[in-house]
Design a protein around this ligand. Structure first.
Ligand code: SF4
Length: 202
């Protein structure tokens, strides 16, 4: 069986657009736009990154390079670095933090101001979710309608439907809808399988 070697800084952008669940893609895109990430977003996103195997060096490199693009960014690098070391269990109590489950992500209070975190299927209005899906996933109006209908019954069903629409025919692993890192691995392995099939049929 092929082994996943984790994400490196250089391919983060590609991987994010292809395989991140919407909750993480939203934080990622927002960070790239405003070059700052508040407390809850940092925890939700940072531990997800750790969970998908990005090593601490690359995580620090990613955060630092983005932060430096904002006016006060240089000053913040140290503070974020401490945070990241904490998450990776290198500072403080040296606890090895576990990436958040969907329940934990969606159970937070709705963010205010320019904070971005939480689950879009739980937190966004139909209209906001629709716009996000159009822009980021390029889905048809019918597909989006289906997703909106499903998330009304349960937010995780909306997320599963998005997976289904963006990975036709793929069989996700059982944790889809329960853990953002499961969404990631389902998506990643579905694409590896596709590549193998494409190679075989070439
Ligand atoms: Fe993220 Fe889970 Fe919400 Fe999907 S259901 S967007 S993986 S928190």
């Amino acid at each position: 069986k092929e082994k996943f070697n984790g994400i490196v800084y250089e391919n983060l952008n590609n991987i994010a657009n292809q395989h991140f669940p919407l909750c993480m893609l939203e934080i990622y895109d927002n960070f790239k736009q405003i070059h700052t990430m508040k407390h809850w977003g940092r925890l939700q996103f940072g531990m997800f990154l750790k969970g998908v195997g990005m090593d601490i060096k690359d995580t620090i490199r990613f955060f630092s390079n983005e932060l430096k693009k904002s006016a006060q960014g240089e000053k913040k690098v140290k503070e974020y670095q401490y945070y990241i070391e904490h998450m990776y269990g290198k500072q403080g109590k040296k606890t090895d933090y576990t990436p958040w489950s969907c329940q934990k992500v969606a159970g937070k209070n709705i963010p205010t101001g320019n904070e971005v975190y939480g689950c879009p299927f739980k937190f966004y209005s139909d209209n906001a979710l629709k716009q996000t899906l159009e822009k980021k996933k390029g889905l048809s109006a019918e597909d989006i309608e289906e997703i909106l209908a499903d998330k009304k019954t349960d937010y995780t069903r909306g997320c599963k439907k998005l997976f289904e629409k963006t990975h036709p025919g793929a069989i996700p692993n059982k944790g889809l809808g329960r853990h953002p890192n499961s969404y990631f691995s389902s998506s990643y392995w579905a694409s590896q399988k596709r590549k193998t099939i494409d190679r075989q049929t070439d």
